[in-house]
Design a binder for this molecule. Sequence first.
Ligand code: AMP
Ligand code: MG
Length: 350
Amino acid sequence: MVTEYICWDCEKGYRPQDLQRAAKILKQHGLVAFPTETVYGLGGSGLCPEAAKKIYEAKGRPSDNPLILHISKSEQLPMIAERIPDVAYPLMKAFWPGPMTLIFHKNKCVPHEITGGLETVAVRMPSHEAARMLIEAAGVPIAAPSANTSGRPSPTTAAHVREDLDGRIEMIIDGGAVNIGVESTIVDLTEDIPTILRPGHITKDMLQQVAGEVRMDAGLLGTDSDRKPKAPGMKYRHYAPRAKMTVFDGELDVVVKQINDRAREYPAAQVGILASEETADSYTHGQVVSVGSRNAGTIEQGLYSALRLFDHKGVEVILSESFSQEDKGEAIMNRLMKAAGQHIIYLSRE
Ligand code: AMP
Ligand code: MG
C-alpha cells in the first residue's frame, strides 16, 4: 500500500480537498494517522469491526488492548456510552476538549472489536483542531490508539508515524510536533469513585478539584501486587526503545556521578545517556540525549522523541536520570519506567 501524506497547518488548516479525502478513507473503513494534542493517533471508523481489525493489524497490537473512541462534540456521547454518572458532567466541562479519557459502560452499537471484548468504552474529545475537523468530517466517532507499532515509543511527530507505519496505512496527516507529548489521563467512571487507570497531563489534583475524591488504580500503584492494571494496555512493556534501559533515582548529583561511572564500562558509541538540559554537559562519555528542561517543564514533550533518538543512534544500553514524581511528573515517570521495563536503581549518598 502507498501511504499518502497531507498537511494540516495551524494557521491555514486543511486544504478542503485533503480533508475530504481523509474523511472518505475513514468512511470506507481505511486508516488515517492524525495529530492530537497528546500524541499522533491512528484513526479508523469507530463503530466498524473491520476498521478495528485493521488498526490492530497495522500496529501489531494485542487484540485484548482496547481502543479509545474520539468524538468532536458531547452530543456524540450518548451514541456510544450508557449510564453516564453525574460526576462525568463537571469533568467533561472542565477538561474536554483535552487530554482526558473517560471510561463508561458501552452502548450496544460499539462493537466488541473496539473494546477488546470489554463491556466498557473509553472516550475522549481531543482539543487539536486537525483532529476535531477530521472527526467532524468523518461524521462518526473515530477509534484511535497511538500511531506507533505496538510496544514502541508513541509518535509525537509525523516522521515518527512514518517510521512505524509507512506503507501499512492509507494516509498520514502531518500537523507538526504535538503539544503535550504523553498520552491522555484515563479515568474510569464505572467505579463508585473515579479511578485513574493511566496518569497523564491532567493530574489527580486537577481531577479532584472538579470531581471530589479520585483514586489511583491499585494495579498502577503497585500497592496490590496481585492486581493487574485495569487498563489492559498498561500491563504491556511499552513506550520502549530497542536498547536495554535502566533508570537511576536519587539526588541529582549522585545520579549524574553514578551514570558517568557506569557509562565508562561501555564503548562510547554503545551507551546512551538520557539527561536533562540542566545536566547534559556533566557527562563525558557516551551518546548524551537531553530530553528537555527540568526547570522549564519540557520533559513531557521531549520524552518519546528522545527514546526514539536512541534507536537511531543504535546504542545497546541506556542509562537514564529519573524525574520528580510530583504533579505532571507522575505521567513522565510512569512512561519512563515502562520504557525501562521497571528497571530502576535507587542511589543514596555514601
Ligand atoms: P492508546 O490508544 O495507545 O493510548 O491506548 C489506549 C489505552 O486505553 C490502553 O492502555 C487501553 O488499555 C486503555 N483502555 C481503552 N479502553 C478501555 C476500557 N474500556 N477500560 C479500560 N482501559 C481501556
Ligand atoms: Mg499506545
